[in-house]
Design a protein. Structure first.
Length: 379
């Protein structure tokens, strides 16, 4: 297997595990969790925020870790932490244990993305890096697709599913150890990633956009299944299929690079943002099961994965000499936005109404439409 293909498949698989299973399967498990381990919607928001907060901690630590352990070591740690966190979740019996397990699992994607960006920078020619990076980023959708039948069909429910997810994470260690470069980051340019610098104005603008994008995305990824069940009266099996549709549509993120070459990254960004906003309006207006939920789920999945791919490429382009730091700063703000969004949405949902919370977040997305990063980027 050639280097490009091996790295693409390995990275795609690691992202599928760390994002699709260790991070985003939480939203799908939430309704069953609340039945077995009762807690309020506000508590659910706080627990969800633990995952995002752990992700932030991992992102902040990455510049130092990548210098000492290299992309292979950091990616291996991501797979191991995903497995550990999922195993803790499998044996949880209280909201506190759930928060601990979700926090440990939440560290894994924060280590995976920067380590893979560095590996791509080390092994892939510059003209192909955007295409490989967006392909790898679309692994989230595959992880979501795989998580649905496991959760839906496996005897033992969410606990057994977490055990299976953890086992898959350990299996991912094998290609990571084989195909990712073992070299530590020792070049003069990359060594600068050991410390965070004050971002340039263009990066500050990009980080602000990532923060707002994170807030908006938290509505679906933290509370989507719960909204469908409590607000719209959708049954659990249908919710599972809607979640799988979201993941399947997310795989369209592999086309982000090729499409951007034709129409430009700014237009791709605005289209992805629109795909994230429209479903929130649909969910707000429909308080009973509706056929509109199927395209809404697809738009949520495609919009988020494409948008995160755009931010990934822009983050690397804004700091080409230090890709781990560029990706880290952008994805850090995306996660900080998701922390804030999870808490804010949980409080709005608890104290007002689902429709109010959804429309509030949708309005924020519409308000973001005029703003695009002033960052030169490779497509």
């Amino acid at each position: 297997m050639n280097t490009s293909r091996a790295l693409s498949i390995t990275g795609f698989s690691l992202i599928a595990v760390t994002y699709g299973m260790a991070r985003f399967s939480w939203g799908l498990m939430l309704p069953a969790l609340i039945k077995e381990i009762p807690f309020s919607t506000g508590t659910a928001g706080a627990i969800s925020a633990c995952s995002f907060a752990a992700y932030c901690l991992a992102i902040i630590s990455t510049p130092v870790l990548i210098k000492h352990f290299g992309s292979r070591g950091l990616a291996a740690a991501a797979a191991f932490l995903a497995a550990a966190g999922l195993l803790i979740l499998a044996f949880s019996f209280s909201p506190l244990m759930l928060a601990v397990g979700l926090s440990v699992a939440g560290l894994s994607p924060g280590m995976a993305s920067p380590s893979l960006a560095v590996a791509v920078n080390q092994l892939i020619a510059a003209e192909r890096q955007s295409q490989i990076n967006t392909f790898i980023n679309a692994g989230t959708g595959a992880g979501i697709i795989l998580s649905v039948p496991i959760l839906l069909l496996l005897p033992g429910g969410w606990r057994a599913a977490c055990l299976v997810f953890g086992t898959i994470a350990l299996v991912c260690l094998l290609p990571v150890l084989r195909y990712l470069p073992a070299d530590k980051v020792t070049s003069p340019v990359q060594t600068n990633s050991s410390r965070w610098r004050v971002p340039a104005p263009a990066m500050m603008r990009l980080m602000a956009i990532a923060f707002a994008s994170g807030i908006i995305s938290a509505a679906w990824w933290s509370f989507g299944p719960q909204i469908l069940q409590q607000h719209a009266g959708v049954d659990a099996q249908t919710i599972s299929w809607l979640w799988m549709i979201a993941g399947g549509a997310g795989i369209s993120g592999v086309l982000t690079g090729p499409v951007a070459k034709r129409i430009g990254m700014n237009l791709v960004y605005r289209g992805a943002l629109l795909l994230m906003v429209l479903p929130l309006v649909v969910l707000a207006l429909k308080n009973e099961p509706s056929g509109w939920f199927y395209p809404a789920a697809a738009m949520c999945g495609a919009g988020y994965i494409i948008l995160s791919g755009v931010l990934l490429v822009w983050g690397i382009s804004a700091n080409e000499s230090d890709p781990a730091s560029g990706v880290g700063q952008v994805f850090l703000m995306l996660a900080v936005g998701q922390v804030a969004g999870s808490v804010l949405f949980g409080q709005l949902y608890t104290h007002t109404h689902a429709a109010t919370a959804l429309l509030t977040f949708g309005t924020l997305g519409i308000g973001m439409m005029p703003f695009t990063p002033a960052v030169p980027h490779k497509t």
